[in-house]
Design a protein around this ligand. Structure first.
Ligand code: CA
Length: 403
């Protein structure tokens, strides 16, 4: 797109609105404002214009400003009380300490705009002290803050988090079934944990197929945006436009998730029952701990690849009994190692002691084999806890256990 063409035909610049849906009500709660340029009867994206580094900042600022004003005019005319998500480049925003953007908003405030209806989407790889100051100030005025493309931020994440963002926007563009590795999914999962810890809501965007919507639902997405739900439109829409579809999909996801959870519980139950039998025999025959490990590994051959016993503080009371190249071996170097530092370790020990029941862990990557596994832990008594690491192959064969 030719920048001069845009600058000489500013009357063709127009805001488009892409609806953002809520997970709790399945209605539209706001719109991301996107720049479009009318050409040959088509509204073309101004993305290339905004991403063109050759175009002077003044041009970008002028077009940004125009889109903002036209969008705010539309908002006030429509009186639909929705929120507008406004994109701003962090670098341009700090050029005048955020003054100009704010002056436009104040101008519209006099005409009836509520600043709390504005969500500022900031993107950029860096967060300077100046930007942090500007964003914090905006927040005191009631403007909400969203961090755009959070999955692309690395070193500056903590600075943005310092500004108490209301929303973290995560693109699911690269998340397509069977083509994305587990590591990327784990990374997205860690973002959902971060959002929860800092009290921000997750907004998943670029949802283009059902699988991505399901992913967003399962990973704590409070807001959804993307072509699967609705493309950017020239006008505001009926807030309930996708209520039926979202409700129906949500119910399907719930059924699917419950089935998976039931499978996990059934597996845990069957391991529990079988272990009770084995350990009852072990108690009668007064076998050593190592002999118990051998008996357990033999019984669960084909399911597990590592077994060991720890005390209630996480110190190993045995060697690891480990299946290496198809053969079981003892690894004495693990004796007396401590695992209390691992996430959930002590919490799980207490749960097992209180309920006198074993626990099946969530999926995680084994630190030695790097395989995705689950661990079944089981209280032998108040002082000894048995751990059984379950192989990826086994979980893969049991449909639903890798989900
Ligand atoms: Ca954006």
């Amino acid at each position: 797109m030719d920048a001069l063409e845009v600058m000489t035909h500013l009357e063709k610049v127009t805001p488009f609105f892409q609806p953002i849906f809520s997970a709790d009500e399945h209605t539209i709660i706001g719109y991301e404002v996107l720049g479009r340029f009318w050409e040959d009867g088509e509204a073309k994206s101004l993305g290339p214009f905004f991403h063109d580094a050759e175009v002077p900042d003044e041009f970008h600022l002028e077009v940004d400003d125009l889109i903002l004003r036209r969008a705010l005019d539309r908002l006030l005319q429509s009186q639909c009380g929705t929120s507008l998500f406004i994109n701003r480049d962090a670098r341009l925003l700090t050029k005048d300490s955020g003054e100009h953007f704010l002056s436009v908003l104040h101008e519209y405030e006099e005409k009836g705009l509520k600043l709390s209806d504005i969500v500022l989407e900031v993107s950029q790889s860096g967060c300077s002290d100046e930007l942090e100051r500007v964003l914090r100030y905006y927040k005191t005025l009631g403007i909400r803050l969203a961090i755009d493309h959070i999955e692309e931020m690395s070193g500056h994440l903590h600075k943005f988090v310092n500004c108490s963002p209301d929303i973290l926007k995560v693109s699911l563009q690269t998340l397509r079934k069977n083509t994305v590795n587990q590591t990327y999914k784990d990374f997205l999962y860690s973002l959902s944990m971060l959002a929860r810890k800092v009290g921000a809501s997750l907004l998943f965007e670029n949802i283009e197929m059902e699988y991505q919507l399901q992913y967003a639902w399962k990973h704590g997405g409070r807001y959804y945006q993307g072509f699967y739900l609705h493309e950017p439109a020239a006008q505001f829409l009926n807030t309930r436009i996708q209520k039926d579809k979202l409700r129906r999909k949500c119910q399907e996801f719930i059924i699917h998730e419950k089935r998976s959870l039931e499978k996990v519980y059934r597996l845990a139950e069957s391991i529990q029952l079988e272990l009770q039998e084995i350990t009852a025999k072990y108690a009668k025959k007064s076998l050593s701990r190592e002999q118990l490990l051998e008996a357990v590994a033999k019984h669960f051959e084909g399911m597990c690849f590592r077994v060991y016993i720890c005390d209630e503080n996480g110190f190993e009371l045995t060697s690891n009994y480990f299946k290496q190249d198809g053969k079981w071996i003892f690894q004495p170097e693990y004796y007396d190692k401590n695992w209390s530092w691992r996430p959930y370790f002590l919490e799980n020990i207490l749960r097992m002691r209180k309920n006198r029941m074993g626990l099946l862990s969530d999926l995680y990557s084994d630190i030695e084999t790097a395989e995705t596994i689950r661990t079944f832990s089981y209280p032998l008594n108040d002082r000894e806890y048995l751990f059984i690491d379950i192989t990826y192959e086994f979980l893969f064969e049991q449909d639903g256990l890798l989900y």
